[in-house]
Design a protein around this ligand. Sequence first.
Ligand code: C2E
Ligand code: CA
Ligand code: CA
Ligand code: CA
Length: 275
Amino acid sequence: AKEQGRNKYRFYNSEMDRTYLRKMVLEKELRKAINHEELMVYYQPQIDLVSRKLVGVEALLRWNHPELGDVSPVEFIPLAEETGLIVGLGEWVLREACKQLKQWQLCGFSPIRVAVNISLRQFYESNLVESIARIVNETGIPFQHLDLEITESVAMHDTSHVIDKLDQLKRLGLSISMDDFGTGYSSLSYLKKLPIDKLKIDRSFLVDVTNDKDNAAIVTTIIAMAKNLDLRVVAEGVENDQQLQLIIEEGCHEAQGYLFGRPMPEQEIRKQLTK
Ligand code: C2E
Ligand code: CA
Ligand code: CA
Ligand code: CA
């Protein structure tokens, strides 16, 4: 038993070493990636459930490293947040997305919104409001076409500071969405205080809604609540017709998920835009 214990310990140790090493490598490579052409912005369709039209896209970062291959944002975004690299990365994504939207506009496509994810650190370490205003003005897109996605943890962090920034952003004319809704701890009264326009139901609640009564109840409840609070509501992670049917029946406004399209490069999403 002692022998086994020691082996376990050693195994645990080498696992930790490997995780640590991977993080070190990724951090170093991510710093370089920002100046090279390894990063891309993909776009995932957001569909209006009444008109059934594509009304927006979410900008999602992709990293393809020459040796490591594709690194998932699930792995490198938390790292970028820890190290502060997210501040530069976040600005880069925002600028790319705004430039892209301008391009589509110049090509004569019907206007759509672009949604960009904003991390907590960006609220503290950059002059967020000024930098967003500058980027939007430089690229020449209307503020109304930009949607910022924040998570509950951002909104919960330091309420007055975050609310103040959100108010300033809203005054510019852009809209704010609460991402991954239902996974954090925000209370309903708190939700009312936040200057948000939209709730995005976390995709974990969409899983197996036909058999999982609890999940179906949560989805139904969030949609009803959002509507009562005069918020728009978006279902994330819609992969099949059963899920689509449920959210349509409940009056959900928009949907996003593999059923309508995965995140894709510009050349692909362009084919779904209309004139
Ligand atoms: P998120 O903001 O919740 O983005 C939605 C994620 O769900 C994306 O994962 C998307 O590919 C995935 N997804 C969309 N539809 C479906 C579906 O029908 N089924 C399933 N199984 N998954 C679906 P992705 O692109 O891997 O991004 C993961 C997370 O990384 C994002 O979650 C977001 O939190 C973060 N992230 C990505 N890009 C950025 C960025 O530019 N800035 C910041 N701050 N975070 C980012
Ligand atoms: Ca998001
Ligand atoms: Ca989400
Ligand atoms: Ca998520």
